[in-house]
Design a binder for this molecule. Structure first.
Ligand code: HEC
Ligand code: HEC
Length: 150
């Protein structure tokens, strides 16, 4: 490969990386910009949770269950500024609170079975995804058993 071509390729790669980084930042700040920075109805998560951490937690719920914000929150579409995140209207939000408590309790137990020293990577942790695997209702038997219709 001649030098010019190699230089061009290197430049392209760098541009791609920078672009991907910028897009990721837009995606994160995009959600954060539309979500209120003060939270008024936290009953399980720490009341002083930083907004970035709350948004990351909510994204992990959505990804863990394979759903969008409106699965638990009042609102629809892509304009999150029109959502009422504090409202407790949807039963799924109440269930999710209980699930957060359950996962926290499970993790206390996991830490006694897999103490941090034996778990250097910190991988031994129960998350929503551990059970849900991207589905609102986790399968409870092999071959697609359990879970019921969505
Ligand atoms: C599986 C259910 C679920 C999904 C999906 C979900 N949330 Fe939540 N969200 C909750 C629960 C439960 C709380 C309340 C936590 C508590 O009481 O400590 C909450 C609280 C919030 C709050 C704080 C509201 C307040 O003022 O008290 C915001 C903001 C929020 N969610 C944003 C989002 C966004 C943005 C998404 C989508 C990316 C999302 N949530 C997806 C369950 C969910
Ligand atoms: C130990 C396994 C387990 C973990 C961990 C877990 N869940 Fe669940 N979840 C379940 C089971 C089982 C159901 C009942 C599914 C059904 O009704 O068939 C369920 C149901 C739900 C529902 C009700 C779904 C619906 O459409 O009615 C919500 C919401 C939910 N989980 C949220 C969460 C969130 C958020 C987390 C992480 C904080 C979480 N779950 C972690 C096992 C788990």
């Amino acid at each position: 490969m001649d030098h010019l071509k190699a230089d061009k390729l290197r430049l392209m790669n760098r541009t791609t990386v920078v672009l991907a980084g910028a897009l990721a930042l837009v995606a994160v700040t995009g959600v954060r910009a539309q979500v209120p920075q003060k939270f008024t109805n936290l009953q399980v998560l720490p009341k002083d949770i930083p907004p970035a951490e709350l948004v990351a937690t909510m994204k992990s719920f959505a990804q863990g269950l394979g759903v969008r914000c409106e699965h638990c929150h009042v609102g629809e579409g892509n304009d999150l500024s029109k959502f009422d995140f504090a409202a407790d209207t949807k039963p799924t939000k109440a269930t999710a609170r209980k699930m957060i408590r359950m996962a926290t309790a499970l993790n206390t137990e996991v830490a006694t079975i897999m103490p941090p020293a034996a778990d250097a990577s910190g991988a031994a942790r129960v998350t929503c995804f551990t059970c849900h695997r991207g589905a609102p209702k986790p399968l409870t038997a092999p071959g697609g058993g359990g879970g019921g219709a969505p």
